[in-house]
Design a protein around this ligand. Structure first.
Ligand code: IPE
Ligand code: IPE
Ligand code: MG
Length: 240
């Protein structure tokens, strides 16, 4: 079966590891938190550009469960930034037909952020143009462990597991990831969507996240569209 035929219709799931904020700021003599603030501005541009590029689902890695290891002041600044932007952006997202949901564990988040998340999710629930998933306190390995624990006795198979996985991080299911983009120059997944990325194409760019713009996203998608996905089979049209 040629699974890539469906993908050519343009319904992509793109996952972005938004990295390089701290180095972007440090290189400019600014505090790391200034890089995070500028990174939040970049998010808006990328979300606006996504639907026209054929992206139907966009998963953005904002805060990993390992990011709690950072200095308290940086963590607090990040969580505050998330709450502020969720509140300020929700009306615009709703107006652009974007449905926002947050994936990850919520029990460690401050109540004000949990309330901002719930408010933004409620306000954008009707969005159909783009499924925007923001990963906060997210760990793919934790999600996989929780999903396994949720499997009912006798429940087995990938379909059941994938459903439990979505439940485990508190969002509706999403299709497998087609393309992972990581900014900031590192070439690793850092515990993001490990199950969903089984056949994802990987795209790494040295560009720091605060500098990543709509043109960069278009370049990443164009690169993706030039690749041949085989899913273990052989390319369409290959000689026998
Ligand atoms: C990504 O940028 C944002 C988060 C992880 C919250 P970093 O803060 O990791 O930036 P670098 O990698 O230190 O430059
Ligand atoms: C991954 O970036 C997490 C986010 C972008 C939110 P990190 O900067 O935390 O990843 P490592 O530590 O370099 O792997
Ligand atoms: Mg980093």
């Amino acid at each position: 079966m040629n699974q890539s035929a469906f993908k050519d219709s343009g319904e992509l799931h793109v996952a972005i590891i938004m990295d390089g904020n701290g180095r972007w700021a440090t290189a400019r003599g600014l505090p790391r938190t200034a890089g995070h603030a500028q990174g939040a501005v970049a998010v808006r541009q990328i979300v606006e550009a996504a639907p026209a590029l054929g992206i139907r689902t966009l998963s953005l890695y904002a805060f990993s469960s390992d990011n709690w290891r950072r200095p308290t002041a940086e963590v607090r600044a990040l969580l505050h930034l998330f709450a502020r932007h969720l509140r300020s952006e929700a009306p615009t997202l709703a107006a652009h037909d974007v449905r926002l949901s947050v994936i990850g564990a919520r029990h460690r988040l401050p109540p004000s952020l949990v309330a901002a998340i719930a408010g933004a999710e409620r306000r954008t629930a009707g969005g159909r143009a783009l499924d925007l998933r923001i990963a906060i306190d997210y760990s793919a390995r934790d999600a996989i462990v929780r999903a396994a624990a949720r499997l009912a006795p006798g429940e087995a198979g990938r379909v059941a597991f994938t459903r439990r996985l979505a439940e485990a991080y508190g969002a509706d299911g999403a299709p497998d990831v087609d393309l992972v983009v990581r900014t900031g120059g590192e070439r690793r997944l850092s515990d993001f969507l490990l199950w969903e990325c089984a056949y994802a194409e990987l795209y790494f760019t040295p560009r720091a996240w605060p500098d990543f713009d709509a043109g960069d996203l278009a370049a990443a998608v164009a690169d993706f569209r030039g690749r041949t996905r085989r899913f273990g089979g052989i390319a369409a049209g290959s000689p026998n």
